[in-house]
Design a protein around this ligand. Structure first.
Ligand code: GAL
Length: 423
């Protein structure tokens, strides 16, 4: 989305909020049938995922009315700011989307969301989600949100027909960044965009996968707990690879969001796109066949590692409709909700009780990897760091995108770690 469209979207979101508070709800008397759900699933295949969830909600809770509080912008790039000002102004929605992990901890520490432990016990949710996932929703023993899905961020999407033009076999696996970069150069020589990328956060998503490839899971994890040196030579190698990769991307990247970057691969205008598996929903929405029209393999050098993130839904403190919030959380946790949403979203269910036999071919690979692979936390999607640390890393990435100075980039990342690393 370009700047004008972004401003327009933010304006529209603000207007729709006014409309929401002006009509229908009866929050002053404490009773309302409206359930405002705040996400960034505002457009395209992400909206289709949300719609699938809303359909289940409507069936399960015909007495309630879903109100769409979505603010456009991939990875919550605009939504998170809008949400923060609403929370600070005492105008929370009935529920909002938050990533499991460090991002959720921010809301917990700020006292903005409620402890759901009793609800978990009452509903038996504590038995249906995997322990490792529940740990990322906890603070001091309390559980603070209900997970809707699990996404994998280290996926490489490719168009086999485009690769063929450059004499590269489809589904080729690369065990290192260097091997992959050699093929990207071949694609560039054919006048085709080797790798598509979009605005800042998608560059952060690309960077995290390069760090993962070059440092390995242990070294990557160490970036977040202080045991890996951001100023070291391994990070430097990764940043040099990242710099090379960026030079092999589309030049109009700043004006695009993820659907545009993925679309370049779908349309055969680019060979590869590194993107979380919400991209699967975009391929499926356009009736593309996995393995024929497109392929998806782990980013070179990250095979056997699942770069994890999960969306979850919260119950804000002093929310406008606590019963409505609980009803939404009920739908999120239900097998029907988990299956309908994840099938449409490209992700896999967070709940172990959901039946995934009808899921597509790509999603079956994700289910297998989730069960077998080493799991690490995504940076770009709130699992690894606080919102502040991610914001500082994103600034360094954005700066690097315009000055291409690796030494300064690394210095910026070292400073971001010093300023934000947990005690
Ligand atoms: C992630 C989110 C996904 C997907 C993606 C692109 O942060 O967890 O569900 O929406 O952003 O917007």
């Amino acid at each position: 989305m370009n700047a004008t469209r972004k401003a327009l979207a933010a304006g529209l979101a603000a207007l729709s909020l006014l409309a929401v508070s002006a009509c229908g709800s009866d929050s002053e008397s404490g009773s309302t049938d409206e359930v405002e759900v705040f996400t960034w699933w505002a457009e395209g295949s992400e909206k289709a995922g949300l719609d699938a969830l809303v359909k289940v909600f409507d069936e399960q809770h015909p007495d309630l009315k879903f109100v769409n509080g979505a603010v456009a912008g991939g990875a919550g790039s605009d939504a998170k700011n809008v949400l923060q000002s609403r929370l600070q102004n005492g105008e929370p929605p009935a529920t909002f989307q938050a990533h499991a992990g460090a991002e959720l901890t921010d809301y917990i520490n700020a006292g903005q969301i409620e402890d759901l432990t009793d609800l978990y016990k009452e509903k038996g949710w504590d038995k249906q989600f995997p322990e490792g996932l529940l740990d990322r929703l906890k603070q001091d023993g309390g559980i603070y949100s209900v997970p809707s899905n699990i996404h994998r961020a280290n996926m490489l999407w490719a168009n086999p027909a485009v690769l063929k033009k450059a004499g590269i076999e489809a589904n080729k696996s690369y065990d290192s960044m260097d091997a992959w970069i050699a093929d990207l150069e071949k694609i560039k020589a054919k006048g085709i965009i080797p790798l598509s990328v979009a605005t800042d956060w998608t560059q952060v998503n690309l960077l995290e996968t390069v760090l993962l490839a070059d440092l390995g899971a242990e070294g990557y994890n160490g970036l977040w707990d202080g045991s890996t040196d951001w100023g070291g030579s391994e990070v430097k190698t990764a940043l040099e690879h990242y710099s090379k990769l960026l030079s092999l991307t589309n030049t109009d990247r700043q004006g695009l969001d993820w659907p545009d970057a993925t679309q370049l691969v779908i349309d055969g205008d680019a060979a590869f796109n590194v993107m979380g598996d919400w991209a699967e929903a975009a391929f499926q929405e356009q009736k593309k066949t996995f393995g024929t029209d497109y392929t998806a393999v782990p980013v070179p050098g990250t095979d056997g590692v699942f770069d994890f993130l999960a969306d979850s839904f919260t119950k804000p403190v002093d929310g406008p409709n606590p019963k409505g919030t609980e009803a939404w959380l009920d739908t999120i946790a239900s097998d029907e909700g988990q299956v309908a949403f994840n099938k449409a979203k490209g992700s896999i269910p967070a709940s172990t009780t959901a039946d995934t036999s009808s899921f597509g071919e790509y999603q079956q690979t994700a289910i297998k990897s989730w069960g077998e692979d080493e799991i690490v936390s995504s940076l770009a999607h709130g699992a690894a760091t606080s919102v502040n640390w991610l914001t500082d890393i994103t600034s360094a990435v954005a700066k690097f995108g315009s000055n291409n100075d690796v030494a300064e980039f690394q210095k910026g990342l070292v400073e971001a770690a010093e300023d934000n690393k947990p005690e």
